[in-house]
Design a protein. Sequence first.
Length: 182
Amino acid sequence: MERRQFETLALDQLDAVYRMALQLARHADEAGDLVQETYLKALRAADRYQEQGGGIRPWLFKILHNVFYTRVGRAKRLTSMGDDEGVAESTLPAPDEPEPAWNLADLDWEHVDERVKAAIDGLKPEYRSVLLLWGVEGMKYREIADIQDIPIGTVMSRLHRARSILATELAELAEEKRIPRG
């Protein structure tokens, strides 16, 4: 693939990569750093990219996922060694830090009930990321498994669990809106 074509395909996915980075990092500045590093790595590996039917998005998400968890692992190692000076405050989300506002460009979140937003935001990160990759980004189970480097059964289990948690937490809203339980 020509470099110019690769760059066009990659840049077309910039918003989606940023949305996922924001969900992983939970902080806008850190998400921006993750996106920068993801695209730097992608450009360096452009000659090795091969289209495999799913487009470039899953490949970019895989790089993003690896960059994020490499940073998390580095931060944990530095913290466990007692070297807090080398760890940026935004590397890991603080438990009491307010979570960022939703920034999903493909959806009109202004019209989404706050209870839905809160329920999704309250999911454990491993459930939330699978749910968002599947429901918002339109990824297939196999693509999510590849991106997160987990078995496809784990993807299915996490997605099922996320949907079950949301169904339970939003039962009152479903009843209020007269949405039948399926």
